[in-house]
Design a protein around this ligand. Sequence first.
Ligand code: NAD
Length: 285
Amino acid sequence: MTAQLIDGKARAAALRAEIAEKTRGAARAPGLAVVLIGDDPASAVYVRSKERATEQAGMRSFAHRLPTATTQADLLALIAALNINDAVDGILVQLPLPAHIDESAVLRAVDPSKDVDGFHPISAGLLATGQAGFVPCTPLGCLMLLKETRGDLSGLDALVIGRSNIVGKPMAQLLLREHCTVTIAHSRTPDLPDRARRADIIVAAVGRSNFVRGNWVKPGATIIDVGINRVIGADGASKLVGDVAFDEALPHAVAITPVPGGVGPMTIAVLLHNTLLAYQRRNGS
Ligand code: NAD
């Protein structure tokens, strides 16, 4: 058996085309505001690609690039202004923030009806209680890939490795909502290989290359590899890999997301999906 590759790039392109089509029919262009503090190069790249994708979808992009020395009060004032700006449907504050800013205070300041990143405690609470809100983009993208690949997930045994607020916890909530039996593993979990061998679905969100080994994978399991790790390949060149020892897992899994080209492209597509949803909810459409 060789696993089917789950093509996140193609799925994301299809989702973005669907969103652009719906945006064309909207009374006004949905707007996404992205706030970037400081000059972290990786964050700058993410923000640029979010802006580009927003415009390609026919939406308005409002980018706010502020210096590292920006005070928390100034950032909160900007968020308050975006909250009452009717042209702005979604607000995203690029993380991580500089150390002098309280991240949770900033996330709480975003109007929950514009919380397209799904990081506000109200969004987390709505997800945990099975109500309509905004779901964080990366785990929702993972769920879309899983459902397209496996169909009904009901009754499956799912292992989520990682318990961050951004990926692991919301992923576990989504799988629970799909009626999976969910285990959340983290840095203190004993017997991880044995737990993995029982799982029909493994979602790896750890941030360590070659973390999930081939002999952890139950025959026929589906693997979603969220990890993004930069390593030096055998040829001396730097490349991106996931958390799963990909070549080892291929003969055991039924389907697996590659890195790059799996989960990554879905994250921005789902951000656009959430922005359109915010626009529709705010306009009662
Ligand atoms: P994080 O550092 O916040 O969380 C990592 C989690 O891994 C923690 O909950 C920790 O308990 C767990 N962990 C660490 N060591 C472990 C061990 N030995 N055994 C079991 N669990 C262990 O990271 P995050 O923000 O959740 O991101 C995880 C990975 O996903 C990173 O590589 C990140 O770059 C990537 N990521 C990708 C996307 C995307 O769009 N593809 C989006 C977000 C994050």
